[in-house]
Structures are given as structure tokens and as C-alpha cells.
Design a protein around this ligand. Structure first.
Ligand SMILES: C[S@@+](CC[C@H](N)C(=O)[O-])C[C@H]1O[C@@H](n2cnc3c(N)ncnc32)[C@H](O)[C@@H]1O
Length: 222
């Protein structure tokens, strides 16, 4: 039985499943993977009872189970050049739960940047003001593939949520891509939301491949 793999295009905003996209990539072809899934359990622990329009928009996004997320991360490792990174966006709850440690046998956590979106959110104890991005490195572990040493581990940046309820900071994303890739390298975003990473990759002269389950496949942006 042929195991059919969906074909994806480069430098395009397209519809698709994250794991399918990662399966499509050849071994050791990617220099940067950013992964910002909508966790299935996220919606439960973030229920505060006074949700505004933005939270309702977030609740409408399709979610991924923990096991789907782990399979995506493991597939991402296969597609990565050795010593390159998955930048994994997670919130306070998942940092506390150590969600990334389920894949620590193949992806080592080597750094963490805390993003402050400068806007008071909600919370059952402290109130949320941004998320975290973990740098998970494929072995062999070395700092030599990271070239920008002036990125602070506390990063303040406002975002404009009009294009997507979960959009991430442009400048931080741009600095991270610049830190670990060179022009022409392949940048991957398998749950791309707003396709902000496509825009940044193009500005920086990197190749891009990515998808989102919610993307209208007829709509393209190059
Ligand atoms: C947190 S958002 C990503 C936001 C993105 N980082 C940005 O800056 O715009 C998560 C996205 O994952 C998408 N998604 C959920 N399940 C998916 C799947 N199986 N494959 C691909 N995308 C998926 C959702 O539609 C949603 O847009």
C-alpha cells in the first residue's frame, strides 16, 4: 500500500496538516522550524469565565493533541540539519508542565526567551502578558550555529492581532531566524496561522515552507 504524502509548495501560504507538511520534507533539509501549535488542553486551563472577542477567536482555532504535537516535533527533528533548532512557542502552563521534555531524547532545550506583549491578559493567579519561546536543538549540541549573541532573554514587543488572534512578535521572530540561518536556508512553519513567518523569511532572503489547517487553499501569498 502506497503511503501517500501531500505535496506542498515553497514560499506560499497554503492549507495543510502540520505533520503531513513535516513528513513531506527530506531528511536534514530544514535550518529553522518554528512550532506554535494550538494545544487541545490549552482551552480548558485558560477558561476564566470572562472571555472577550479575542479569546473567542482563539477558541475557534483547530487544536492538536499532545501526541500529535509530539509526532510533529519528532518529524521536525528528522527534517532538520544537525545542530539546528525548533523554536517551540509555549505558555506558562506548558512550561510548568515541561511539555517539551516528552521529546527531550531527540530535541534538547538549550535556551528560553520570555516574550512580554506589553498588554495585561488574564490568569487564575498571575496575569498573562505574553508567552515563551524555547530553543530546542537537534544534537550534536553546540552554540556555534547561533550567530546573534545580542538577543535578550526578556523580549518586549507589541503585536497587532488583527490578522490572527495568536500572532507572534515580528521582530523577535526575525532576530531568531537571522541568528541561526543564512540566506537561501529553509525556514519551516507547520502551523503558520497568519503566515507572518513567510513574510519574514522572504524579507530575509530565506526559503519558506509552511501550512495551516485553516488556510483557504485558493488564497495564496508569495
Ligand atoms: C497558535 S496559532 C499559530 C499562530 C502563528 N504562530 C502566527 O504568528 O500567526 C496555531 C495555528 O495552528 C493551526 N492548526 C491547528 N491544528 C493544525 C494542524 N493539524 N496542522 C496545521 N495547522 C494546525 C490553527 O489553525 C492555528 O492557526
Amino acid at each position: 500500500v502506497l503511503d501517500r504524502v501531500q505535496q506542498f509548495q515553497f514560499n506560499l501560504a497554503q492549507a495543510g496538516d502540520a505533520r503531513e507538511l513535516l513528513r513531506f520534507l527530506p531528511d536534514r533539509s530544514a535550518s529553522f522550524v518554528v512550532f506554535n501549535p494550538q494545544h487541545r488542553s490549552d482551552l480548558d486551563h485558560l477558561k476564566f469565565g470572562n472571555e472577550a472577542a479575542r479569546q473567542i477567536g482563539r477558541a475557534a482555532l483547530p487544536t492538536m493533541s499532545d501526541s500529535h504535537i509530539d509526532l510533529c516535533l519528532r518529524e521536525a527533528v528528522r527534517s532538520l540539519v544537525p545542530s539546528e533548532y525548533v523554536f517551540y512557542w509555549i505558555d506558562t502552563f506548558f512550561v510548568c508542565m515541561g511539555a517539551h521534555l516528552r521529546v527531550a531524547d531527540v530535541l534538547r532545550p538549550v535556551d528560553l526567551v520570555s516574550w512580554d506583549n506589553l498588554r495585561m491578559g488574564m490568569g487564575k493567579r498571575s496575569r498573562r502578558r505574553g508567552d515563551y519561546v524555547l530553543a530546542l536543538q537537534k544534537p550534536p549540541i553546540t552554540a556555534k550555529t547561533w550567530t546573534d549573541h545580542s538577543i535578550p532573554s526578556r523580549w518586549s514587543e507589541k503585536i497587532d492581532r488583527k490578522s490572527h488572534p495568536r500572532i507572534k512578535p515580528t521582530e523577535l521572530t526575525s532576530r531568531l531566524i537571522g541568528a541561526v540561518t543564512k540566506p537561501g536556508d529553509l525556514v519551516v512553519d507547520p502551523a503558520a496561522g497568519s503566515f507572518l513567518v513567510l513574510e519574514i523569511a522572504q524579507l530575509l532572503g530565506r526559503r519558506f515552507v509552511g501550512c495551516d489547517l485553516m488556510r483557504d487553499s485558493k488564497e495564496t501569498r508569495t
